[in-house]
Every structure is written in C-alpha cells, then in structure tokens.
Design a protein around this ligand. Sequence first.
Ligand code: MN
Length: 207
Amino acid sequence: MALAERIRERLRWYQRERTFRRTPEPEGGEAPSEDGQRFVVQHHASRHPHYDLRFEADGVLVSWAVPRGPTLDPDARRLAIRTEDHPLSYIDFEGVIPEGEYGAGAVTLWDHGTFVLGGGHRHLSDAIEQGTLRVRLQGHKIRGRFVLLRRDDRGPRERWLLIHADDAAAVRGWDAADHPRSVTSGRTSEEIQADPDDYWTSSRDPA
Ligand code: MN
C-alpha cells in the first residue's frame, strides 16, 4: 500500500468524528515531513480534561490521552489511553473546538519538541506493537527518558502507563497543572476559550 493511502486509512477514525466546516481543527492528509521525530503535548479542556501526547511517525501523529498529564516525577505512574491517530498538521493546532462538536473545548499547545526512540527500535510502530515504547524527549517543559508500557489492549482504546526515568531531568513532585501556559502563545486554556476566533496553526490560510 502506498504511503499516501496508508495515511488516509489511519486518519479515517479522526476524520469520521469531525465536521470540518464547524471545527477549526485541520483535516489532514499532507505529506510527511522529511525530518520527523517531533512530539507535541496539547492540553485539551474537553468535558473530561486531559493532555494529548502525540509522536510523529509513519506520516501521522500517534496519540495517547493522559488524564493527569506527563510528569518529570519518576515516582509517578500516569495512565495513558491510546487514541486515534491525528494528522501531522495537528502538531501546531491551538484553538477552540466549538460546543456540540467532538472534543468540544479549548486546545492549548502545552509543550513540543523532538524525541529520540530508544529500546533498540528503529520504528515507533515496532515499539508500539511490542507494548514498550522508550523515548528521550527534548521539550520546553518535559525532557528526559520516558517509557510507555501497554497494560491492557482490549478494545480500541488501549490502556498504557507513562513513566519518567529517574535520570538527570527527573524532578520529584513536578505536576503538569503547575505549568498551564501555552508554549507558543503564552496563553492559559481559559484565555484561549475566551477568544475562540483567535486560533493558531501554522497550516491555516495566511489570509
Ligand atoms: Mn483530546
């Protein structure tokens, strides 16, 4: 199967849930970037607020919803629920998904940066298949070595655990909620919600 076709296939769940006339979210389908290896964490103030952790791989963003958010605390175990692949252009989406739409609420670009895959894997998809994903993250807020461990793969939303290694970047007691502002706009979720027309994404029309 050609790459473009595989990407279309993987974005089917994402696109099925959304009405692009009504939401400012990107529709997707663009070609993968050459450099790859980017990650993003978006705070998503939906009905059940959570953080979305996404890694660039295979022309999409492979995604987990982390209710309490990633942490630098090596003693913490964070539940991470695998969710639908997102289009690459979602990596710089910040804005408000309107009331009545899937995932309604403010999306804040909470952190972003690059990752290096560990564990001897060459492809992120191999690590996911085995249920152990080791990465070293270089973001603005979160950095150091993390592991994602699959705990339960029943149903479409697998349950994983996200754990920070006890390395030089570890900070005990560190909590995502103490660092709420957008890494790109400096806004809080409440400030983004208050100005829903001022959404930001580098892929939006310059007009
Ligand atoms: Mn979400």
